[in-house]
Structure formats: structure tokens, C-alpha cells
Design a protein around this ligand. Structure first.
Ligand code: TXA
Ligand code: MG
Length: 318
């Protein structure tokens, strides 16, 4: 079945109808592709968990297209609205206290008292949400514990015909998921490093942002399980070029010579983030290799998100 559709106005209308009526649509965002459903239809939201084979304790992000809608949807204050006006649309998700009236959102929130919300910076995503007329719940459009999709074809490879329609917006510009910022406490806590650097939030607010140290048993964002972004081949990280083994597929960063793929020969972290998941997918196709080796990545800016993803991808149960 060919379920990839270009993002024409007609196809956006069709996709919005599917969402309104309780079906699933995959769509591009600035970060990665999402698998969307109408947040107000618990049966549709349940369909997301089923298609991904995702456990129900792992809550979903709601995608909205209008900042002014946020106070209707979640509890906000001046700090939240200032951050939203500054960084939205963009690669930043807020965790906020729920308005407790609406039990239709229980499944989206996995029963937690908090809700995750974002406004994606992608014209197709925004058009889809506006046309559907409801917030869209969307995790990354891949099966649970696999690498997030950054193209329509990745979605199709992972979910096949479990999704009615995949809107094609080309490759995602940022390439790693959003930064998740918990605003339910006095201090701001990053639950997941992502497409918006910690430094950018600190520069704007003038406050220190805490990076949560989720443990594998008790992840603070429930989705932050240690083994999460797994490629099929075992992966070693922080490997210097001279230590790469002959049977390893080498993904480089910066001025290395023998990389099969290089995230960014110029050492640009933004370029590296955009390439990361596509390169991990490419590497795992190579059956002639026994593993993947990855260059060290600097731990600043988008490097936090990249290092977080590859650390999880390299995790092996003992
Ligand atoms: O870039 C992104 O954020 C993409 C695009 C599609 O928007 N979405 C995404 O969703 O990465 P997902 O489901 O793969 O990751 C969402 C993360 C999960 O780790 C989940 O545990 C956390 O957000 N999360 C959602 N609701 C939460 C809540 N109420 N409290 C704490 N963490 C929450
Ligand atoms: Mg995901």
C-alpha cells in the first residue's frame, strides 16, 4: 500500500478528516515525524500506543498551533507564556500541570497530573492541526524503542500500513526530538535534552536550568528508558578513529579520515543532529559489519541531545 502523500492542500484536508474521525496520520515536524491522533478521542489515542507497541505508562505530547490556546489547555503562568512566546513555534516541549476537568486526556497523560505540550515549527504540521481543529497527540512515528523517523520513508519502513496516511514534508530540519522542559516546579528541569540547546533557555531566562539525571528504573520523563533509541547492530560510542575495529561501521564527526559516514566533517552540531538518525538507520543495514562505532561528540549545545541518544542506542542489557 502506498500511504505516502505529498503535503498538498487537498491531502491536508484529507488527513485532517482522518484525525477528526479517530484515525492515525503521520506528519513532519521541525524535529522528527510524529504519529498523530485527535487528543480528545481516547480510542484514537489508544491506536497510537497499539501501532507503536508502546507501553501505556509512557505519555504523549500534545501538538497545538496557537499559543493563545495554551492557557485553555493547561495551567500556565507568566513564565510559561513568556517562554512560549519566545521559543514557539520550535523544538521545545513544556510539561505543565493539567487542568483537571478533562478526563478525555487521561490516556494522553498516562494518568499523570501533568501534560506535555508543544507548537511545532513546520508549516505542514501547523496546517494539519489548524484544519483538524483539535490538538494532535503525537509521539515519534516509529515502533517503540527504535530510532525516530526523520523522513516519510522512515515512517513507512517502521510502521507500514499501521498508519492510514503519511504526509511527506521531506527530511526534518532539526533531526532530534524536542527538548522537554518541566515547568511544574520552581526550578526549570530538562527531562530530555533535544533540539533546543539548554544554553538558549538559560540565556533567555537568565536562570540556571537543571538537567535531570533520569535513572533507568525511574525515568523522569517516562520515555527516558536507558535502551530506547536502538539500532539493530551493537554500537560503541566515544571511539577514536585509531580504535575503530575492522568489523565496525564507523560513523565519524569532525575531521576524521576513515569514516563510512560523517555526521559533520566540519564539526557542526546542528548538521550532526540532522544526520544522526538517518545515519544510524543506514549503518544498521550493513550486514557485513558486526557493530557501529561512533566518534566522540562535544557535550555542549545540541551535543547534549546527540550524546543522550547515542548513549541509549549503545546500551546493552547485561
Ligand atoms: O520532537 C518531539 O518531541 C517528537 C515530535 C513528534 O513532536 N515527539 C516525541 O514524542 O519525541 P515521544 O512520545 O517519542 O517522546 C515524548 C516524551 C516521552 O519520553 C514521554 O515520556 C515524555 O515526552 N512525556 C510526555 N508527557 C509527559 C508528562 N506529562 N510528564 C513527563 N514526561 C512526559
Ligand atoms: Mg519516541
Amino acid at each position: 500500500m502506498d500511504n505516502i502523500y505529498p503535503g498538498t492542500p487537498g491531502n491536508i484536508d484529507k488527513a485532517a478528516d482522518i484525525i477528526r474521525n479517530g484515525g492515525l496520520v503521520a506528519f513532519p515536524t521541525d524535529t522528527v515525524y510524529g504519529l498523530g491522533a485527535n487528543v480528545y478521542l481516547p480510542s484514537a489515542v489508544a491506536g497510537i500506543f497499539a501501532a507503536k507497541e508502546r507501553p501505556l505508562f509512557d505519555p504523549l505530547i500534545s501538538h497545538i498551533a496557537d499559543i493563545d490556546f495554551l492557557p485553555e489547555y493547561a495551567q500556565t503562568d507568566q513564565r510559561v507564556m513568556d517562554l512560549a512566546r519566545h521559543f514557539w513555534p520550535g523544538p521545545l516541549t513544556f510539561v505543565l500541570k493539567r487542568k483537571d476537568e478533562d478526563h478525555r486526556l487521561d490516556l494522553v497523560c498516562s494518568g499523570l497530573p501533568n501534560i506535555a505540550v508543544r507548537m511545532p515549527n513546520h508549516p505542514l504540521a501547523l496546517a494539519l492541526i489548524r484544519t483538524a481543529g483539535v490538538p494532535i497527540a503525537a509521539p515519534s512515528a516509529n515502533r517503540f524503542k527504535t530510532v525516530s523517523p526523520t523522513s516519510a520513508q522512515h515512517v513507512k519502513d517502521s510502521l507500514g500500513d499501521r498508519v492510514a496516511m503519511i504526509l511527506d514534508g521531506g527530511p526534518c530540519r532539526i533531526g532530534v526530538e524536542t527538548t522537554i522542559l518541566d515547568l511544574t516546579t520552581k526550578e526549570m528541569v530538562i527531562l530530555r535534552a533535544g533540539g533546543l540547546p539548554k544554553e538558549a533557555i538559560e540565556a533567555y531566562t537568565g536562570e540556571k536550568v537543571i538537567l535531570s539525571q533520569g535513572t533507568p528504573d525511574k525515568p523522569s520523563a517516562p520515555g527516558q528508558l536507558l535502551k530506547h533509541y536502538a539500532p539493530r547492530l551493537p554500537m560503541r560510542i566515544n571511539v577514536a578513529e585509531e580504535d575503530v575495529r575492522a568489523d565496525e561501521f564507523f560513523i565519524g564527526f569532525g575531521p576524521v579520515k576513515k569514516a563510512r559516514l560523517n555526521l559533520s566533517p566540519a564539526g557542526d552540531l546542528q548538521e550532526a543532529a540532522a544526520n544522526l538518525f538517518a545515519f544510524m538507520r543506514e549503518a544498521e543495514k550493513h550486514n557485513e559489519f558486526k557493530g557501529i562505532a561512533m566518534s566522540p561528540i562535544p557535550q555542549n549545545g545540541l551535543g547534549l541531545a546527540i550524546n543522550d541518544r547515542i548513549r541509549r542506542a549503545s546500551y546493552r542489557e547485561k
